[in-house]
Ligand binder design. Structure first.
Ligand SMILES: Nc1ccn([C@H]2C[C@H](O)[C@@H](COP(=O)(O)O)O2)c(=O)n1
Ligand SMILES: [Zn+2]
Length: 185
């Protein structure tokens, strides 16, 4: 007798639902996406950066984005890029890498990898080195020629911290809540 719960009618079996997915997110795209999702929390009007720290078991141990320090209202501090230095965001804003390291949910990030949207500046390179992070995976190196980035590479090289540009396998990753809601109705 046919079991009504068992989908054994060949015509009703969708090959896509019986076979392991092939287009799932591989680890690197996944962690870089987490960094980019975190960047969406940033209130910086011009550049939103996210960072995600991962241990050698592929577990996320820290996430951060660029923003003003804790207890310093981001309504009271400037977000400008130009003008008197003290009236710009630069002396105040905490970089994504710093926040990811400070937000760590384990005792140490030694030996971990940090995924970050932009190549780390020299100040973040120092934090990365001191925290024991061993690998930087970045998406963009658009300020490559700046002195800060030259200093950063010098420090990372001396400290034997590897850095690699991420080449995504998935060209586009979309979270479409409307579509998700429609499919779950
Ligand atoms: N690796 C980086 C590079 C930059 N940031 C932050 C710092 C600022 O909030 C913003 C850069 O501003 P811009 O000069 O492009 O207006 O991005 C970071 O968190 N991590
Ligand atoms: Zn930085």
């Amino acid at each position: 007798m046919d079991n009504p719960c068992q989908q054994n009618d060949k015509e009703n079996v969708s090959p896509d639902l019986d076979t392991k997915r092939k287009d799932y997110l591989e680890w690197r795209d996944y962690f870089m996406s987490v960094a980019f999702l975190s960047a969406q929390r940033s209130k910086d009007p011009s550049t939103q950066v996210g960072a995600c720290i991962v241990n050698d078991e592929n577990k996320i141990v820290g996430i951060g984005y660029n923003g003003m320090p804790n207890h310093c209202s981001d309504d009271d501090l400037p977000w400008a890029r130009k003008g008197n230095w003290l009236d710009t965001k630069y002396p105040y804003v905490c970089h994504a890498e710093m926040n990811a390291i400070m937000n760590k949910n384990c005792s140490s990030v030694s030996g971990c990898t940090i995924y970050v949207a932009l190549f780390p500046c020299n100040e973040c390179a120092k934090l990365i080195i001191q925290s024991g992070i061993k690998k930087v995976i970045y998406m963009s190196d658009k300020h490559k020629e700046n002195d800060c980035m030259i200093a950063s590479r010098k420090l990372l090289d001396l400290a034997h911290v590897e850095y690699t540009q991420h080449i995504p396998k998935h060209r586009k990753i979309v979270i479409d809540f409307d579509n998700i809601n429609a499919r779950h109705k």
